[in-house]
Design a protein around this ligand. Structure first.
Ligand code: ATP
Length: 265
């Protein structure tokens, strides 16, 4: 089956600094694919290269191709990419704090016409009932979890086929993370959405994804079905914090190993 989204040989720079080296991956239609890796591995840069926002952050894709369906999207502007049906939810949520929750959704629907903005809002409230309750509140006063829901809801307003989701679990309590991933799972099934999920929470990401990629130093160093990655001893050790016997290592040990060991041969 042809991939819905496919990157081939991406190189990207911020000024003189190379952030991506020959990054290739693909995303099948309908499901969650995760991109794992430590801080600074290049995950966010990969998402921004796809969505077209890298340029506005003084970054540049210098080589490689990105295909979305039949179209080449490398070189396209972010708003063109959004119109084609690909939306990014940024790390750190970035809601418009001085607007209400509903106004944020309306802002997210700017590529739609009137009636479908209304339908979009109804759809978002169906999946995120908490946002309906909070619709008139300034989003700066929403909890972290609610802001994350709003950031996802706002992306859904452009009716995407693919959502690039950057660290939705960041700074949230485990119960909320589960709630949000539960909703994302339903969106994938019921709305036939495909998600490229960047996560530091590897246990959660590999529990919900079908396929995964591991990045280190701007390169993809490991790839496979999520079940296979969960069983991989390096993944267990460095991302799930488990040792050979399956017991949890101390944070200090794991962090120490992370600094020493590299995926690259
Ligand atoms: P994190 O989980 O911390 O967000 P990441 O895997 O998403 O990490 P990136 O944010 O893609 O990593 O960063 C990849 C590399 O590019 C890092 O070395 C980072 O310092 C650098 N970088 C990221 N953004 C910029 C920028 N705007 N200007 C210059 N360098 C940047």
């Amino acid at each position: 089956m042809a991939a819905l989204l496919e990157a081939q040989g991406l190189k990207a720079f911020y000024g003189q600094t190379q952030a991506l080296h020959d990054v290739s991956f693909s995303l099948q239609s309908g499901g969650i694919t995760t991109l794992l890796g430590a801080n600074g591995a290049g995950k966010t840069t990969t998402l921004k290269a796809i969505s077209g926002v890298l340029r506005s952050e003084r970054g540049e894709v210098t080589k490689g191709t990105i295909r979305f369906g039949e179209r080449r999207i490398d070189g396209m502007r972010a708003n063109e990419v959004t119109k084609l049906g690909l939306a990014q939810v940024f790390e750190g949520r970035r809601v418009f704090e001085h607007l209400t929750a509903e106004e944020n959704l309306i802002a997210g629907g700017h590529v739609q016409s009137g009636p479908s903005v209304k339908q979009g809002i109804d759809m978002v409230y169906t999946y995120f009932p908490r946002l309906r309750e909070r619709r008139s509140q300034l989003s700066g006063y929403l909890s972290g979890g609610e802001q994350q829901m709003l950031a996802i809801g706002r992306a859904l307003m452009s009716r995407p086929r693919v959502v690039l989701l950057d660290e939705p679990s960041l700074g949230l309590a485990p119960r909320l993370v589960e709630e949000i991933f539960g909703i994302v799972g339903r969106l994938v099934k019921q709305e036939k959405l495909s998600v490229l999920l960047v996560e530091q929470n590897a246990a959660m990401a590999l529990a919900v994804a079908e396929h995964g990629y591991v990045m280190e130093n701007g390169r993809i160093v490991l790839e496979g079905p999520a079940a296979q990655l969960r069983d991989n001893s390096d993944i267990k050790e460095f991302y799930l914090g488990l040792n050979e016997g399956g017991t949890r290592k101390s944070y200090h040990d794991t962090k120490h190993y992370k600094r020493r060991k590299r995926w690259l041969h």
